[in-house]
Design a protein around this ligand. Structure first.
Ligand SMILES: O=C(O)CCC(=O)C(=O)O
Ligand SMILES: [Fe+2]
Length: 293
């Protein structure tokens, strides 16, 4: 799906756009299956080590993780894109339907920015925010180096299931665009916009479902609250940018996912991508700091 001119204008004016039904089940399911398999392996290992007693193998994707987490916090160890480095997620970052949407924002020369996560937000346990409870108001420019302030980087947040208000969906403040730019962030409370600098705007609740994509500009303030439902909120947040622009995270590898001019530069080799991450971790260089800190 390509963005219409109206959608592009909305993104430019509001810094936030929800694209409904941009992806099919065939696009997203391999990513979910890969995470399910990873969780199964991890649960098997924890069972063997005597750290959990019940594999909860019959539980669906949106319930199993919380049941395992309640038995051992170690279920989360290594559960992020750069750590498990699956082939399905690597291929997904070049997904045609996804990139057709992204191209409408960053143009035909597209690089995958190294700031990328798979997030599980399980239900609140015992009235307290459990692991990965909520995220305070921030701009994604606040988690990048200052040098990326002029880069055309778009955050692409996509749910792997439902993301409702009750589940702590993403919330955003529309209309904070280039002319307002970066708002100073503080470390206290988690990387967040200094409260006095918060724009006086009504937040919009970005409820969405599998197949939808939320696009956020690097200056759009957003947050999410804890999950008060019975189900886990699963999501990916990826960032894409115009090739050649500063990534804002020089310690970690970016790679080209689409190019009209130089198609040969697209990275399609899964092992090569894994090697880039291994090298980044084993031979640290560059910067991976939040801007405020
Ligand atoms: O998933 C969330 O609750 C917050 C995600 C976020 O801040 C992001 O994707 O940039
Ligand atoms: Fe963010």
């Amino acid at each position: 799906m390509r963005l219409t001119q109206e959608q592009k204008d909305t993104y430019r004016e509001r810094g936030v756009l929800v694209v409904n039904d941009a992806l099919t089940d065939e696009d997203v399911q391999p990513v979910i299956t890969e995470i399910e398999d990873w969780i199964s392996e991890r649960a098997d290992a924890l069972l063997q080590d005597g750290k959990i007693e019940n594999l909860c193998a019959d539980e669906p994707f949106d319930r199993r993780f919380a049941k395992l987490l309640a038995q051992s916090g170690e279920i989360t160890n290594g559960m992020d894109i750069m750590h498990y480095r699956g082939k399905a997620i690597f291929d997904f970052m070049r997904n045609e339907n996804l990139l057709d949407v992204i191209e409408g924002i960053v143009g035909p020369e597209i690089t995958c920015n190294p700031i990328q996560h798979v997030r599980a937000k399980p239900p609140v346990i015992d009235g307290n925010a459990s692991w990965a409870g909520g995220v305070p108001w921030h701009q994604d420019a606040g988690v990048m180096m200052e040098e990326a302030e002029g880069s055309n980087i778009v955050t692409c947040w996509l749910p792997l299931g439902d993301s409702t208000i009750e589940m702590g969906c993403l919330e955003a403040l529309p209309g904070v665009t280039e002319d307002i730019g970066y708002l100073t962030h503080q470390k206290e409370g988690g990387t967040m916009i200094v409260p006095d600098l918060m724009p006086n705007t009504e937040p919009i609740m970005l409820e969405c479902h599998r197949g939808d994509i939320i696009l956020l500009s690097r200056f759009t303030p957003h947050r999410s609250k804890p999950n008060k439902s019975e189900r886990c909120r699963w999501s990916l947040d990826l960032r894409f940018q115009t090739t050649g622009h500063h990534t804002g995270r020089t310690a970690h590898p970016d790679f080209i996912v689409r190019s009209k001019k130089n198609p040969d530069t697209v990275l399609t080799d899964h092992q090569q991508w894994c090697d880039l991450w291994t090298d980044a971790f084993e031979n640290p260089r560059g910067v991976a700091k939040h801007r405020s800190i």
